[in-house]
Write a protein of this length. Structure first.
Length: 393
């Protein structure tokens, strides 16, 4: 007997494209999917049956790139930029990322958690069941670890799965101005070991505005020695070879990729490294350079989509809006976009136990009152989610 069955539903299983099953059913046992298929073929009863009344069931959505834990906000800076002040002037006046670093360093763990919980709840309300949360606004060991602990506590306080990522190499902190390599060495030699048990992966911003290839090899090499998977923010503001470097280092993903070259994308495809697309940052920063989606398709790169929720360049709490932007700005198909927040997002986090509706996987579900899956990409500002299921409950 199954623990629970959801029936009178249409399914987008994400098996072979969208994997549509009209009038389907999903059965769960012990938190896992035990059976999925047409309702007429349902093999047995359950202790509980849920009538979905014609709703659509998708795998629980996965936001695979967020900076959900941080102190303060940058609304004042946003207002100043709209008034014509450029980012360099704001940075010289102590604004920009430095203001977030100050606010995050000044916040205790409880304050960081209190601010993060409603952000996570906003994502959950749209059907998100797994969230990746990066550090990266402490830029010192104590504050970075505080961010990671707060991120772990989100999953203790809310019914959502959380994967944590150490991003201490997000920027060079003001106390290391002019000593970028020294700070990268500190991250590799001290912060990566200290984050074991708190971080599920290690990330670095490999970019003309941040850390170079030598720094990246040092930090991610330390992570791999510690047994932690690695990721890169890369090729956002220029082509510095992040795509190829991520592939070489066996990265789970390289994220942004607005300036990635075709050879690097081919290397990513061969290595199985996922491209994480972040259209919220493109929109908010009013960038005109887009990731080369045609080259990604040609190379066969797996493409995920995420919010990049952060206070400076993508202050969004809607993964559904990112689906629309991925389609309208980047020209992804509906199938590519929906797979980008399910099966491909799972791959970007190294999670093989979710992202599809298939027997043996976690029973993480998102239920929507829609007529067809394309509506999740079509609407801007509409949330048709009517329920979430985490591990069968």
């Amino acid at each position: 007997m199954f623990d629970r069955i959801w029936l009178n539903a249409h399914l987008a299983t994400m098996e072979s494209g969208l994997g549509i099953i009209e009038d389907g059913a999903v059965a769960a046992r012990d938190g896992r999917i035990a059976w999925v298929g047409p309702r007429a073929a349902l093999p047995g009863p359950a202790a509980e049956t849920v009538d979905c009344e014609g709703a659509w069931i998708l795998p629980g959505l996965i936001d695979c790139h967020t900076h959900l834990v941080f102190g303060g906000d940058r609304a004042e800076e946003f207002e100043r930029r709209l008034a014509g002040e450029d980012y360099a002037a704001i940075l010289r006046a102590g604004g920009g990322i430095l203001s977030t670093v100050r606010a995050t360093r000044a916040a205790d763990e409880a304050s960081l958690l209190d601010a993060a919980l409603p952000r996570a709840q906003a994502l959950m309300a749209e059907g998100v069941t797994t969230i990746e949360i990066k550090s990266g606004y402490g830029l010192e060991q104590a504050a970075e670890l505080r961010q990671l602990r707060a991120a772990r506590r989100v999953a203790e306080m809310l019914p959502v799965a959380v994967r944590t990522t150490l991003l201490a190499a997000h920027a060079v902190p003001p106390d290391y101005a002019g000593r970028r390599a020294d700070y990268a060495r500190l991250v590799a030699e001290a912060m990566v070991p200290a984050a074991q048990g708190l971080a599920d992966a290690v990330d670095i911003f490999h970019d003309p505005l941040a850390f170079d290839s030598e720094d990246t090899r040092l930090v991610l090499g330390a992570a791999r020695e510690a047994g932690l998977p690695v990721k890169l923010h890369g090729d956002q503001h220029g082509d510095v070879g992040s795509a190829a470097l991520g592939a070489e280092l066996g990265a789970l993903s390289v994220d942004h990729l607005e300036h990635a070259n075709p050879a690097g994308l081919t290397a990513m495809s061969r290595a199985g490294t996922v491209a994480v697309l972040l259209p919220g940052a493109t929109l908010f920063l009013r960038e005109t350079r887009m990731p080369d989606i045609a080259a990604m398709r040609t190379a066969g790169v797996r493409m995920a989509v995420a919010t990049d929720c952060n206070p400076g360049s993508s202050p969004t709490l809607s993964l559904l809006l990112m689906l629309n932007l991925a389609c309208t700005l980047y020209r992804l198909t509906v199938e590519e976009a929906l797979r980008g927040v399910t099966v491909e997002a799972a791959a970007a986090l190294g999670l093989q136990d979710r992202g599809r509706l298939a027997p043996g996987l976690r029973c993480d579900l998102a239920l929507y009152r829609i007529g067809r899956p394309a509506e999740l990409c079509y609407w801007m500002g509409r949330n048709p989610c009517i329920g979430r299921v985490l591990e069968g409950r």
